[in-house]
Write a protein that binds this ligand. Structure first.
Ligand SMILES: Cc1cc2nc3c(=O)[nH]c(=O)nc-3n(C[C@H](O)[C@H](O)[C@H](O)COP(=O)(O)OP(=O)(O)OC[C@H]3O[C@@H](n4cnc5c(N)ncnc54)[C@H](O)[C@@H]3O)c2cc1C
Ligand code: SF4
Length: 546
């Protein structure tokens, strides 16, 4: 398997463009700037984990967890799953060359147009037609599709049956997965999905259309240099207008800092995700960079939850078998094969999207223990005896649900650590609506709704999201947002006009999305990044073909 990352020795003192982070925003940006002939460096804090190296056993999975709270930290800073324990809400994001795409379910849905009609978006997003072009490009590069055999999957059938009894329609879900062997837009041959269900632990087949298999190899092929184990701390502007990027180089095991360093660039694109980009801008502000007062506000969890049903009558098969398969002759399906959309034409905020999900195979041994605190001791013991694929855990239902929230979370930098405050998070009305729908679906299958099996652990009763959005939200002007519709960072220097930007400084990732989307965000983040690149090219007389 071809590796993309270069050795730290190859890092130069100056680049035309430095891209910080390598998820959807970073991947698109690096590819497009490199295609436009710019000398690009991508700085990613995580490791390069290639196909075949994702965790398949629980001890490996445990080593891929980094958990950070206000008063505690554990695990390597380069571990694949970055869990932030918050007082009001927990957040989980991916970490590695490819960002969240390495460990996500790949669900690629486009939001309802009413989302973009919200005045919270800058008017240009609705008016210049480039958002549609962004989605077209995202479509051709991420190649989302529904599994042609989705409706045969047991987990799909069980959602369909429960939904039907309640009068709801289940539809197949578009995921960024190759269901047939193909050569992708970056020229990489991807094998067909084996329907092993391990997408959220990392695809060991190479069938998930991650950023590491699409935009990043394309960036490299066009000359971009990619570096891992580099954690950017903040940026400053030199007197000549160049940007200076300050970072820490992490040790190979990700557990310590080897040395600090700095490089310069004409363009800096922060694409470190909602948490990373907000944190870098907050630190940059402490170093004197004048920014909008809106920095850190409008955090949305995208009304996202993961929940379970215990004791369903039918077999569900919602635990991955991995690759190589831990069980012969069973197909699970991609992490999501089907979903139910609960539409509300009158009130967008009431819409819900409930997806049947799969837990990765490496989690299997931990499941009986996870479910102990909720009193299902007997079932857990039976599973220990029969194994999770045949005991009560074969009947475990997993749901990923997405909806709308009020985007009222606020980030702060406390003791140099990003913290999230959202005292009303668990009382957001969407949780009640989701609980009602999920309870009905689970009971229809003969099971019991388990909102949070982790409640008895360090996670407590706070909600958790894997879809953090906002913190550097877009706006028409500085008083409304941190960046404009192109991702350019507003200049907060007193006396500057309301729309003036810091030339050459961008945020292009989930952080710029100013509200919940009501569907999974990767497709929108990719489209907004493609759109931002079209604007950047037009503004600076660059051109590139894709
Ligand atoms: C388990 C899971 C399942 C999900 N399923 C779906 C799904 O099915 N569909 C969907 O649409 N979304 C899903 N998501 C969410 C989706 O993956 C994210 O919304 C998306 O990855 C965000 O893209 P991004 O470009 O904003 O940043 P990210 O993809 O988060 O990438 C940011 C990168 O920046 C790096 N970084 C952070 N700080 C620094 C720093 N200081 N210096 C250098 N690098 C830094 C990070 O390590 C990371 O690699 C899921 C997420 C998880 C965790
Ligand atoms: S189901 Fe398995 S093979 Fe298919 S994309 Fe997910 S992890 Fe890869």
């Amino acid at each position: 398997m071809m590796r993309l990352a270069s050795s730290h020795n190859a890092l130069k003192q100056h680049y035309d463009a430095v891209v910080v982070g390598s998820g959807y925003g970073g991947g698109v940006t690096a590819s497009r700037l490199a295609r436009a002939g710019k000398r690009v460096a991508v700085l990613e804090r995580g490791r390069e984990v290639v196909t075949g190296e994702f965790p398949t056993r629980f001890p490996e999975l445990r080593n891929e967890m980094q958990i950070h709270g206000r008063k505690m930290s554990s695990g390597a800073e380069t571990a694949l799953f970055d869990v932030r324990i918050g007082e009001d809400m927990h957040v989980i994001v991916g970490c590695g060359l490819g960002g969240g795409s390495l460990v996500n379910a790949g669900v690629a849905l486009r939001p309802d147009q009413r989302v973009f009609n919200d005045e919270v978006w800058p008017g240009a997003i609705r008016q210049d037609g480039l958002l549609d072009e962004g989605f077209r490009r995202a479509e051709s590069w991420l190649a989302p599709q529904t599994d042609p055999r989705a409706t045969e999957m047991v987990k799909y059938k069980s959602l369909e049956a429960a939904g039907k009894a309640l009068g709801d329609t289940t539809t197949t879900t578009r995921v960024a997965v190759s269901f047939e062997e193909r050569v992708n837009s970056a020229g990489i041959t991807q094998p067909a999905c084996t329907r092993c269900g391990d997408c959220c632990g990392g695809c060991n087949v190479g069938a998930k259309n991650t950023i590491a298999l699409t935009y990043l190899p394309d960036a490299k092929r066009h000359g971009a240099e990619l570096f891992t184990h580099i954690k950017v701390r903040y940026v400053t502007k030199d007197a000549d207008g160049r940007w200076r990027v300050f970072f820490s180089m992490l040790s190979p095991d990700g557990r310590s800092v080897e040395r600090d360093g700095e490089i310069t660039a004409d363009f800096v694109v922060l694409a470190a995700g909602t948490l990373g980009s907000t944190e870098i801008l907050m630190r940059s502000r402490m170093q004197g960079l004048a920014l909008s007062d809106r920095l850190g506000t409008r955090f949305s969890a995208n009304g996202d939850i993961i929940a379970f049903g215990w004791g369903a009558k039918p077999i569900i098969n919602a635990i991955g078998i991995g690759h190589p398969p831990k069980l012969d002759g069973r197909e699970i399906g991609a992490a999501v094969s089907g979903h139910i959309e609960y539409r509300d034409r009158e009130n967008l905020a009431h819409e819900l999207n409930v997806q049947e999900g799969v837990l990765p195979s490496a989690m299997a041994p931990a499941l009986p223990l996870l479910f102990l605190p909720n009193g299902r001791l007997l079932g857990a013991l039976q599973s220990l005896i029969k194994g999770v694929y045949n005991g009560p855990f074969a009947h475990l239902q997993t749901f990923f649900a997405v909806s709308h929230d009020s985007a009222s979370g606020v980030f702060h930098l406390d003791d140099d650590k990003l913290t999230l405050r959202w005292p009303g998070a668990k009382d957001e009305p969407t949780h009640r609506r989701l609980d009602e729908k999920l309870t009905a679906l689970v009971e229809q299958s003969g099971g019991t709704y388990v909102k949070n099996p982790l409640a008895g652990t360090i996670m407590g009763h706070q909600p958790a999201t894997a879809h953090p959005l906002g913190g550097c939200g877009m706006g028409n002007e500085r008083a409304e947002g941190v960046v404009n519709h192109k991702g350019q960072v507003f200049d907060g220097t007193p006396g500057r006009s309301d729309t003036e930007v810091h030339a050459g400084l961008y945020v292009i990732d989930g952080a710029i999305i100013p509200r919940s989307l009501g569907c999974n965000p990767l497709y929108t983040i990719t489209a907004l990044a493609e759109r931002a690149m079209l604007h950047l090219a037009a503004d600076f007389g660059l051109s590139y073909k894709i």
